[in-house]
Design a protein around this ligand. Structure first.
Ligand code: ATP
Ligand code: MG
Length: 451
């Protein structure tokens, strides 16, 4: 109540004004059922047959209208989660507390089915919705109509509904016009919407990067001021979101935008400060985007190994200064840096382990004993550690040419390999090459970041 009053005094409505519905009939839009997955279609039809309204919504509709391949299909319905469960039985699982959802499973494909949600004030929905003193939505389970559902979606282009009843597209917020202008615009008052859910700032960056859209001026304006709000988001949610940012296939643009909007420092505790470490980050983003473009997987550990590398080196150097021997110093520095970052983005234990393995293999790859070479090559983490070494070398770090040596060794036939090992023995453990400074990229093709 008080919040609504304060908002009114500030000239901001507690909830946006009612939206107008524009219906675009089937023959005036390009979405065909052929482009929608069978699982999503079946879900929509089953809901409709059971007397509920059912729409495809979100990225699925947006991407089809942009002639892109949707990553997944989300369904919005008038059925409550319990009713969805009744319709789909054991095929359906109800999940989430903060945001209750139904997952309907078809083999390996899962369709997310969300009940229409409404805006709410604290007083009218004490048990189903909760907002913090700062205006952040803590629980969001007040059911509503499709219009109300549209109001509380984030961007206008994400609030387009494909109706299974007659295959029309419903636009409540001017999403079609914004698609045309290729711009991201929040529905309602941007600052209020970011305060409700600060992750929307990161979503703006991700969609802007992925769709190559502009962020509309009013939607962009508050972001630089409100970055601090991300500090209240759970580290698990931030980890998921950074994952999506780094693996959306446009990580180069994402990093630029995170810097432009001063959000980088709210996600990653350590900034790359030297030219080499900035370049290492850019090269990693480029190679990640290339991999995604050809349908390869990327491991989050690799990106984190790069992001935290400058901090690791600092921590390592200070432990060496305290006379700690190199091997434990590297291990301890790794633990320190990862545990500090984990307070911000909850890196899983398995990812943390992989990050440390990539780091701990660096000195071993840089100074291998000839007998160790083939053993290292067989190690599970070799591929990722080798990629990391090559990127460091390309970024201009002094690695004494070891990245290039390993490339050469892997390409060599058995005779040449034996020769390289003999040379290594007589060189007293030097790769015998100087690192190329920013030279042309010479990496084994189809290089893997998949440890
Ligand atoms: P993609 O799946 O391609 O990443 P998407 O737009 O489908 O993009 P999802 O995270 O799958 O994004 O969410 C589905 C839809 O749910 C969004 O399009 C949007 O309408 C709504 N939505 C998701 N997250 C939020 C949020 N934080 N605030 C408001 N609406 C949201
Ligand atoms: Mg989606």
């Amino acid at each position: 109540m008080i919040k609504a009053l304060i908002n009114r005094l500030r000239g901001k409505p507690a909830a946006p004004a009612k939206l107008e519905r524009v219906v675009v009939p089937r023959d005036q839009h390009p979405i065909s059922r052929r482009d929608i997955s069978n699982a999503a279609l079946k879900t929509l039809y089953r809901l409709k047959e059971n007397g509920y309204q059912a729409f495809l919504v979100g990225g699925g509709v947006r991407d089809l209208l942009l002639d892109l391949h949707p990553k997944d299909f989300d369904v919005a319905t008038s059925a409550t989660p319990e009713q969805v469960k009744q319709v789909f039985g054991s095929q359906c699982m109800l999940i989430g507390r903060r945001f209750r959802l139904a997952h309907v499973r078809y083999g390996r494909e899962i369709i997310e089915v969300a009940t229409f949600r409404a805006h709410h004030t604290q007083a009218e929905s004490e048990n189903h919705a909760r907002t913090s003193d700062e205006g952040m939505i803590l629980r969001d389970n007040v059911w509503g109509s499709v219009e109300e559902d549209a109001e509380r979606r984030d961007f206008t282009v994400n609030a387009l509904y494909y109706n299974i009843e007659d295959f029309s597209v419903w636009d409540f917020a001017g999403g079609l016009a914004d698609l045309e202008k290729r711009q991201l615009r929040l529905i309602g008052d941007p600052e209020t919407r970011y305060r409700e859910d600060p992750v929307r700032m990161l979503r703006a960056i991700r969609f802007a990067a992925k769709l190559e859209f502009d962020i509309e001026a009013g939607t962009a304006a508050p972001i630089r001021e409100l970055g601090d709000l991300l500090d209240d988001i759970s580290s698990h949610r931030l980890y998921d979101e950074t994952q999506k940012l780094l693996s959306c296939g446009h990580a180069v643009r994402v990093l630029d935008l995170l810097h432009d909007y001063d959000l980088f420092r709210h996600l990653f505790l350590f900034a790359a400060d030297s030219e080499e470490s900035k370049r290492l980050l850019t090269l990693t983003a480029e190679s990640t985007d290339e991999r995604i473009a050809i349908g390869k997987s990327v491991n989050p550990a690799f990106f984190y190994a790069v992001l935290l590398w400058p901090a690791l080196q600092k921590s390592y150097a200070s432990l060496l200064d305290e006379d700690m021997p190199p091997v434990p110093a590297l291990q301890q520095a790794g633990q320190r840096v990862i545990s500090r970052q984990t307070q911000r983005t909850a890196i899983t234990r398995m990812t943390a382990q992989t990050i440390r393995e990539i780091w701990e293999m660096q000195p071993r790859l840089e100074r291998p004993r000839p007998r160790q070479v083939d053993i290292l090559l067989q190690q599970q983490r070799f591929r990722a550690a080798y990629d990391f070494l090559v990127l460091r070398e390309e970024a201009g770090e002094d690695t004494d040419g070891w990245g290039e040596w390993w490339t050469h060794y892997q390409e060599a036939d058995p005779g040449l390999r034996a020769e390289l090992l003999r040379a290594l023995e007589s060189n007293g453990g030097s790769a015998g090459r100087k690192p190329r400074k920013r030279g042309p990229r010479k990496r084994k093709p189809a290089s893997s970041q998949q440890p």
